[in-house]
Design a binder for this molecule. Structure first.
Ligand SMILES: Nc1ncnc2c1ncn2[C@@H]1O[C@H](COP(=O)(O)OP(=O)(O)O)[C@@H](O)[C@H]1O
Ligand SMILES: O=C(CO)[C@@H](O)[C@H](O)COP(=O)(O)O
Length: 499
């Protein structure tokens, strides 16, 4: 029996899956790393911690493996999107990576519209200028750290940096390049026009590659440290949401997923790259060749829960924290939460808004707060589900993945709020599984990702909406939506008091 490894470089941790030819997960490892938040709106990570934890994770994964290492024939990557890793001429990072949930770049987003024009930007990149995307971060460093920027020869995205250190090969794949605001999405090439407008040298953007393409083998010194065979074939991999789509079988029109990781995502397959969504939802290249996807993004989905756990329940596990949440009724006994801890993207592209608990009563217990958080995150994702429905998409079944999909009360809540059947797969690790599938297809185990999905992906359980809950949540959702409008101005006035 042969195996492949899927490496998902998430925001909270790198997660590694060892997958056999039947798609069963033979071993899995998660290695965490911290977020660096110097001030409100800032979010960074140290690129070399990703590499260190990935190699340590590979080594732990291999410790669990009793077979012959030469049976591990391939590996590939999935990674948090948009994060800027600036490299010098020796391909060393010049500073910490600025991540997808860092919103310091509102002025640079304005500059992008003024320089390129919103219409033209949407035509080329299919996306609006949002603080989380890569180009605004490049412009921020250029403006605020000019001496450092002068030394920058190129840039990569997070998982591309790890792949560079594991193989020595420099690339960005199309699905991740799509989130930079520098890629012509339909033509699948770096936009010479945008690079020129923003003063970026033609070789500043690295060579592009397809997610399924082979880049080489692991470097001998890495193979030795990780305990891998030096013959292990490496395939490019993709953006975590593109890989999540592969790993949950979102490979044809009409399929939708909801992911609750650090961010929250509702994603839908698109067969062509020439539709016009006017930037209301993100529109990116898929990890499967020559197709696309649209998605709405909640910036602080799982992050809202991890924030609460870190501040109020540091020593408890998520299962302990969520233990009593099913004893609290829908509406958390009159408590509403909006998950805007890091600002928001869909439907309110707003870097200034922050979260609220509305309706705190002296009768509320911790479990009410936890229920309100989980409901607020799910309401936020429901705003994206609604956008897709308003655009004519039929959404009656949603595959749920990410850390949040480990909790059955939350899965039932998704069914009740989204008013759709929620599918839980045998592994909730969609992005890691998608990366493993890219390696499996690359190694020739299957003729296509669809064949691989048919063999690998197994439904573990389905959750149906409960009508009584659906009705209550419809009313609560309207109240939830009112919170944004009623707290927007208050938050604008609070900015000067933030860290
Ligand atoms: N047992 C659990 N039940 C519910 N939610 C969980 C559980 N474990 C983790 N989570 C949530 O999942 C998030 C991490 O999900 P994950 O998909 O691993 O994120 P990322 O890819 O961003 O690192 C955490 O922030 C937390 O909110
Ligand atoms: O910014 C986006 C998508 O546009 C995020 O979805 C990141 O890709 C991070 O993902 P997770 O760490 O939450 O999986």
């Amino acid at each position: 029996m042969n195996y492949v490894i899927g490496i998902d470089l998430g925001t909270s941790a790198v997660k590694l899956l060892l997958v056999n030819q039947q798609g069963a997960v033979a071993a899995e490892v998660s290695k965490a790393y911290p977020l660096i938040q110097q001030k409100a709106g800032y979010s960074e990570q140290e690129p070399d911690i990703w590499v260190k934890q990935t190699i340590a994770g590979l080594s732990e994964l291999l410790d669990q493996f009793t077979g012959d290492r030469s049976q591990i024939v391939g590996l590939s990557f999935s990674g948090q999107m948009h994060g800027l890793v600036l490299l010098d001429e020796k391909q060393k990072p010049l500073r910490n990576a600025i991540l997808w949930n860092d919103t310091r770049t509102t002025a640079e987003c304005r500059e992008i519209y003024e320089t390129a024009g919103k219409e033209r930007l949407l035509q080329v990149t299919k996306n609006p200028a949002l603080e989380g995307f890569t180009l605004p971060k490049i412009l921020w460093v250029k403006k605020h750290e000019p001496a450092l920027f002068q030394k920058a020869k190129t840039f990569v995205l997070p998982k591309d940096y790890v792949r560079l250190k594991l193989t020595g090969q420099l690339h960005i794949d199309y699905s991740d390049a799509a989130g930079t605001l520098l890629l012509d999405i339909a033509k699948k090439e770096w936009s010479p026009e945008l690079c020129r407008l923003f003063g970026l040298a033609p070789d500043f953007c690295p060579p592009l590659i397809g997610s399924h393409e082979e880049v080489g083998t692991v470097l001998p010194e890495v193979a030795e440290r990780a305990g891998l065979s030096a013959q292990t074939r490496v395939f490019a991999g993709g953006a975590d949401n593109a890989c999540g789509a592969i790993g949950s079988g979102i490979l044809e029109e009409g399929k939708t997923l909801a992911s609750i990781g650090t961010s929250g995502v509702v994603l839908s397959y698109e067969s062509s790259g020439d539709k016009d969504f006017q930037g209301v939802v993100h529109y990116f290249n898929h990890g499967a060749p020559d197709c696309f996807y649209t998605m709405g993004v909640t910036l602080a989905a799982g992050f809202s829960l991890s924030w609460f756990k870190e501040v109020f329940a540091k020593d408890e596990s998520y299962s302990e924290l969520l233990e009593e949440v099913d004893t609290v009724p829908p509406g958390a006994n009159g408590l509403l939460f909006t998950p805007y801890l890091a600002g928001e993207r869909t439907p309110h592209a707003d870097s200034v808004i922050r979260g609220s608990f509305i309706g705190i009563d002296s009768s509320h217990e911790r479990k009410d707060f936890v229920r309100a958080i989980v409901e607020g995150i799910t309401f936020s994702l429901h705003e994206s589900v609604q956008i897709f429905r308003e655009q004519g998409k039929r959404i009656d079944t949603i595959v749920s993945i990410g850390g949040g999909a480990q909790n059955e009360t939350w899965l039932q809540m998704q069914a009740d709020i989204f008013e759709a059947t929620i599918v839980k797969l045998s592994s909730e690790q969609g992005p890691g599984m998608g990366a493993a599938m890219l390696a499996a297809v690359g190694c020739g185990w299957f003729p296509s990702l669809r064949h691989c999905a048919a063999a690998f992906l197994k439904v573990e359980k389905e959750f149906q909406p409960v009508q009584d809950n659906v009705e209550q949540y419809k009313e609560l959702f309207r109240l939830y939506q009112a919170v944004y409008l009623n707290t927007k101005e208050l938050n604008n006035s609070l900015v000067k008091f933030r860290k």
